[in-house]
Design a protein around this ligand. Structure first.
Ligand code: 15L
Length: 264
């Protein structure tokens, strides 16, 4: 168990609810927060307080005395720029300021959409160029840049988790590569918090999928995590579930690359 409380933002979202349940079951003391009410009974050992990520004082207060922040809040899909900027740009700054004040580690729910414009035919590592595929992906790039800044300037540690597709089950051919099971996500977050020293590192959030040939060279050994689940059992059912768009099929970010597309 970690020393001190853990703040979980985005607690009412799909992944927040999974983590609240999973970490509370391990006996962890969690402070849950979200802009909308927590839809489940608040698990034993947890408290819930509604807050907007753009409210700097509220975020700082919630993080006070915490040893880590699991930052799963904010916009989690592609949205118009004006809807991304508050939670994912200003809100992200508030999270890092709160972490600096509390001397807390951040586990940042980043996304494969930071690198979505890389080709599926290539294998990239955390040092490969960032190629966001929309405003949402670009906001996650901002988060990753802030993680690096706060590590170098303030010694705030971060585990940046570039999540692939975290759902109960994979639902299309792309997810045969990108799927991250709920169990693997929970175990990853536990290791990201309990690992003694993490600096500022990147972990690819995908299960042990044999089609996951796109990503390598992350910090999983440093934090002591290895995925246990796999999308492989869904291959027969999903291999033909592709789009008929060659641009979507060529890029790691899939459908996101074509949202708002105006290239001739
Ligand atoms: C994400 O970053 C989103 O949060 C999620 O809803 C999926 O779209 C996922 O990426 C994906 O790429 O499948």
């Amino acid at each position: 168990r970690p020393a001190g409380a853990i703040l979980l933002t985005g607690a009412s979202g799909a992944l927040g609810r999974v983590l609240a349940r999973g970490l509370a079951a391990e006996g962890w003391t969690l402070r849950l927060t979200d802009i909308v009410p927590f839809p489940d009974p608040v698990p034993a050992g947890c408290t819930f307080e509604a807050a907007d990520l753009v409210d700097r004082d509220a975020v700082a207060r919630l993080a006070e005395g915490c040893s880590a922040i699991l930052h799963f809040g904010g916009t989690s899909v592609e949205k118009p720029f004006d809807e991304v900027i508050g939670p994912n740009i200003a809100g992200l700054y508030n999270i890092y300021e709160a972490a600096r004040l509390a001397k807390a580690r951040v586990v940042f729910a980043s996304s494969n959409h930071t690198i979505g414009f890389h080709a599926r035919s290539t294998t990239i590592d955390p040092d490969s160029p960032l190629r966001p595929d929309g405003y949402y992906g670009a906001s996650k790039v901002w988060g990753e840049m802030m993680a690096g800044l706060y590590w170098r300037k303030h010694a705030v540690e971060s585990v940046i988790v570039r999540i692939g597709s975290c759902f109960p089950e994979p639902v299309d051919a792309r997810m045969l590569a990108t799927w991250l099971s709920y169990g693997d996500l929970t175990r990853l977050c536990i290791r990201a918090i309990l690992a003694p020293q993490v600096g500022c590192c990147v972990v690819w959030g995908a299960s042990n999928n044999s089609r996951m040939t796109w990503w390598e060279g992350d910090a999983r050994d440093l934090i002591g995590w290895a995925p246990e689940d796999s999308a492989d059992g869904f291959a027969e059912a999903l291999a033909a579930k592709t789009s008929d768009d060659p641009v979507i099929e060529a890029h790691q970010g899939g459908g996101y690359v074509k949202i708002g597309w105006t290239r001739p």
